[in-house]
Design a protein around this ligand. Structure first.
Ligand code: GLC
Length: 777
């Protein structure tokens, strides 16, 4: 108790901890090449170096034996045949690809990595790679005074993590989420360094508890793990977009999500009965507020048993789901990993009889307390168990469910440590490994089981998965929400850098609980948050039991009509959003971006937390404070037009803009274009009229972008059922030239042309050289 008072900083409390002693890897004694790997025997351990591509290199250290190069749960590729130039002298071994130069000093072993222009990306400090008796491994790298650090997955605090120490250990944090709350639900041990406008990435692929210390020194930073190998990849960049392409080349990209999952989601812990869910759905229909998904939280189940419905609360789920589908609404139920210990419950019976639960090495099942009481946990590290769990989802798909919400998959347990005992031994496909090592991938592997099982059971339809916990590569299976935030303005503010850093960590489909989960929201906060939510990749309003209901109509007509306007706007922007999601699925680029991704040369963007970009040409500058109707907006290079007012703004300037409660300042870069559809109704969400708004520029501009569309629901796009246009726009004095560079695919959308509308001054418009305002499809 005393630790919560000022006693925590009592002067007599300080003790002098003895300095930590690391064992350096030592000198290179010998090295040779085998296959794609260079193998080094050093005085105090072994190291391997492998090039994955000319721009990605992997370095692995093991203090005892040759590094095991096949442990990764997140890297999905193997090394390419890379041409490597080699120069060996007594002091130095130099390895050179088309994009990277590795200078390996031999005594002691130190690696400096440069690009082909001699720009240093990573160089080791006087300390290099090292380890401790207790199993800890660490790498020290030089820190440049211009270094800025981003990524690190799901972290509270600001965008730039220089000056922070970050911990990766998947944790169920109900409270608090504040700048010093470090370990949250996701662990993505990856970051991007931006230095003088150029970027590179480091992925530390270690599933133990890891730390990134960008705080203790101005001379060096370090990353370390409590155990395992020091195993990291360096990605050359040099543009932030290249870094992300390289990182997602390694860890995979998001599959194209079903279009309905990009709509508005309404949730509550919990809508407790079928009647309540029907009333909720009717409210959306009658008020003409768009909604695509209603989530069912834990009360839908019989005693919180997964793969069941409570017969009294939900007497006929199949009918409910069918009726809602008619209304244009899908149902997504929550599925937690904890399986109730109940010998009359078939899932538990099967799990025990088929030996599917996590166990201690001695053979006893591990039980932990979660919502259903004492529960067992499937061992998702085993392929056989993942398949079992995946197949069980036929329970949901057979009644029309196409999406699942995975929660508590850190895994969360209601005890002091908040999780499973660390000595629990996972089967791990024939390579038994403790929970201490695999804790951070439990959620990822549950996501894999769920996504793959749903896909199998949906026979050609795209599943949607929402997950709370994950590790590097989680984007391959699902979208991520940022867990149990609160209805505080500070949490609205924090959600922007959080979602942007998740995007920079390869996870493009994310968002916070709009309105705030715990605590009572209020009219103004919910309205401002809904404006932001309309443009975050994942858009779900969710609130907790015991707190105020926060559906868009809960605060009266004035607020409802503003929220309705923005939720409808989300649907008008759907063609633009869907094209950005397509891009994310192809090259890993985030949908929602910090400005530094597009303007890495502009230092003013390096820690810009309260603005974000949608794609490469739109800047959102929401109001994030109560009673505020004016704010400063920084606009980078270019000329900009405010979306609603049409007012022009000069770039490389700060502007004071006015925004009443009904206003969200949105800036579109002149010379670029936006695709817009329309809002019809909940029952009919299909775009029928497609407009391309071209923002005329006063100077000459060229802009290229890709428009993509398909049926939004199935995998038919894999067989050519899509439409893709690569479009070039030339903005000249008095004229806009539009060139359709390529048109691809066999999909026939409900619209058969794109109408071109010029925003700003009058211009003549040509399409492929002919005067016209329509692009025929
Ligand atoms: C956890 C989740 C929250 C959910 C609740 C009940 O706190 O983070 O979203 O509503 O559990 O299932």
């Amino acid at each position: 108790m005393l630790e919560d008072t000022s006693f925590a900083i009592h002067p007599g409390k300080e003790t002098n901890g003895s300095a930590v002693v690391y064992q350096d890897i030592g000198n290179v004694m010998d090295f040779y090449k085998e296959g794609t790997a260079y193998l080094f025997t050093c005085s105090n351990g072994k190291v391997t170096i492998q090039f994955y591509t000319p721009s990605i290199v992997r370095i692995t250290m093991n203090s005892k034996e040759w590094p095991n190069l096949n442990l990764s749960k997140s890297v999905i590729v193997t090394p390419q045949a890379v041409t490597i130039g080699e120069t060996n002298t007594k002091e130095l071994l130099v390895l050179k690809t088309a994009e990277l130069v590795l200078k390996i000093r031999k005594s002691p072993f130190r690696v400096a990595i440069e690009d082909q222009n001699g720009r240093i990306l990573v160089s080791e400090d006087k300390q290099g790679m090292a380890y401790r008796e207790n199993g800890e491994v660490i790498a020290f790298k030089k820190m440049d005074k211009e270094d800025h650090f981003y990524g690190f997955g799901e972290k509270s605090g600001h965008l730039d993590k220089r000056g922070e120490k970050l911990e990766m250990w998947n944790t169920d944090v109900y409270a608090p989420h504040n700048p010093e709350t470090n370990a949250l639900y996701e662990s993505i041990p990856y970051f991007m360094t931006l230095r003088d406008g150029k970027a590179h990435g480091i992925f530390f692929d270690n599933t133990f508890k890891t730390y990134f210390d960008m705080k203790s020194s101005e001379e060096y930073y370090s990353f370390s793990a409590e155990g395992g190998q020091l195993d990291y990849y360096v990605m050359a960049g040099p543009h932030p977009k290249h870094v992300l392409e390289q990182y997602t080349y390694l860890t995979g990209r998001m599959p194209l999500p079903p279009k309905w999952s990009l709509g508005y989601h309404q949730s509550r812990y919990s809508y407790e009965t079928e009647a309540e869910v029907r009333e909720l759905a009717n409210n959306f229909i009658e008020r003409d507020i768009p909604v695509d998904v209603i989530h069912l939280d834990i009360h839908y189940m019989n005693g919180y048993r997964v793969f069941t419905f409570d017969k009294e609360r939900f007497p006929n789920p199949e009918k409910l789901i069918a009726d809602l589908k008619e209304m244009g609404i899908r149902v997504v139920p929550i599925v937690d990993p904890g399986v109730k210990k109940d010998s009359e419950y078939p899932i538990y019976q099967e799990g025990v009889l088929e030996d599917n639960f996590c166990k201690y090495i001695e053979g006893d099942i591990y039980y932990g307390e979660v919502w259903p009481g004492n529960s067992a946990f499937p061992d998702f590290t085993e392929e056989r168990v993942r398949k079992w769990w995946g197949e069980k989802h036929a329970f949901y798909t057979s009644i029309g469910i196409e999406g699942i919400w995975n929660d508590m998959n850190e895994p969360a347990v209601f005890n002091e440590t908040k999780t499973m005992d660390l000595e629990v031994m996972h089967r791990n496909d024939g390579n038994p490994t403790t929970h201490r090592e695999l804790h951070n991938v439990y959620g990822l592997l549950m996501g894999k089981a769920t996504y793959e099982g749903m896909k199998e059971n949906l026979h050609g339809k795209r599943p949607f998965l929402l997950t709370r916990a994950g590790y590097a590569g989680v984007q391959r299976y699902g979208s991520v929400w940022t867990g149990d935030n609160r209805s505080f303005w500070e949490h609205l503010q924090m959600s922007l850098p959080m979602v942007m850093n998740l995007g920079l960590s390869g996870v493009p489909f994310t968002g916070p609980d709009v309105g705030g989960f715990a605590h009572d929201t209020n009219a103004e906060l919910l309205t401002r948050w809904t404006q932001v939510g309309a443009f975050t990749p994942f858009f779900r309003n969710h609130s907790a039991i015991g707190f105020r209901y926060q559906e868009p109509w809960q605060f009266g007509e004035k607020y409802e009509s503003i929220m309705k306007k923005y939720i409808q706007m989300r649907y008008k922007w759907m063609p633009q959003l869907y094209s950005l999601f397509y891009q994310a699925s192809k090259n890993g680029l985030p949908v929602m971006r910090p400005l530094l991704m597009e303007y890495p040369e502009d230092a003013k963007t390096y820690n810009l937390n309260d603005q974000f970009m949608l794609g490469d040409n739109v800047i959102m500058a929401p109001i994030l404070n109560p009673s505020v109707t004016d704010r400063a907006v920084y606009l980078p290079k270019g000329e900009w037009i405010e979306y609603t007012t049409g007012v022009s703004y000069e770039g490389e300037n700060v502007h004071l803009v006015h925004a009443e409660l009904e206003d969200l300042p949105i800036f579109v870069r002149k010379g670029t274009a936006l695709l817009q559809g329309e809002w019809n109704s909940n029952q009919d969400k299909q775009t029928k009229t497609l407009t391309m708004k071209v923002y005329a520029s006063d100077s000459e501009e060229n802009y290229s972008f890709t428009f993509y569309d398909d049926d939004g629901e199935t995998f038919a796009y894999e067989n050519g059922e899509y439409i893709k246009l690569d479009i070039d726009i030339q903005s000249l004095k008095g004229k806009i030239n539009i060139n359709i560079v390529t048109i691809e695919g066999n999909y026939n959308p409900a619209y058969n042309e794109i109408n071109v509308e010029v925003v700003g001054t009058e211009r003549t418009v040509s399409v492929n050289g002919k005067n016209s305002h329509t692009i025929k499809l």
